[in-house]
Structure formats: C-alpha cells, structure tokens
Design a protein around this ligand. Structure first.
Ligand code: ZN
Length: 105
C-alpha cells in the first residue's frame, strides 16, 4: 500500500472526513504541470500551491508518483496515449498500431 493510501485509510478510521475529502479532490485541484514538477521532486512548486499544514511533501510526492501523465494523443486502436503516430480520417493511430497494421497488409 502506498503512503497516500495508508494516510487516507488512517483518516477514514479516525473519521476525519474533511481531510479525506481533500485528498480525494487532489486530482481536480492540482494542475498537470504541477504534478510533473512534484514527480521531479521540485519543491519550488509548493510556493504556487495552497496546502493544508498536515500535508507533507512525502505524501504529495507519493500521490504524484502514482499519477501517469498522458503525453500525446489517444490512439483509437489501442486506447493508449502516444506522442508519435499518424492522423487517419481525423482519428489518431499511434506508431505501434500503425506498424502492426502495415505488417498485416
Ligand atoms: Zn495504438
């Protein structure tokens, strides 16, 4: 279990629902660019954020680590986001799927 999950469970056990709510809303309150900086252990990001005192950097870092930031566009075939690929009838096909398709022909 991650530090973040542990903390959340602990708070639930204590009935501290305000804090649980805050933790659950992190996804919506932190911008993607900030998540990336937390993942890089860039603590200057803290200056731009308003965090409750009980939230430690470790907790935030642990949470950010579990977030995968999607780069590129979502492929219509495999459903994964990819930076390289081709546009086909206004739909995006990633490089991997495109190569597979080409080999089929
Ligand atoms: Zn694909």
């Amino acid at each position: 279990m991650s530090l973040f999950e542990e903390k959340m469970l602990d708070l639930m056990r204590k009935g501290d629902l305000e804090k649980v709510k805050w933790m659950k809303s992190l996804d919506k309150t932190i911008m993607k660019s900030q998540i990336e900086r937390i993942q890089q252990n860039d603590k200057t990001v803290l200056k731009e954020m308003v965090l409750p005192k009980w939230v430690s950097w470790d907790l935030l870092y642990d949470w950010a680590k579990s977030k995968q930031i999607e780069k590129g566009r979502r492929c219509i075939l495999c459903g994964k986001a990819n930076e390289t690929g081709i546009e086909f009838n206004e739909k995006f096909i990633c490089e991997n799927c495109f190569i597979k398709l080409k080999n089929l022909q």
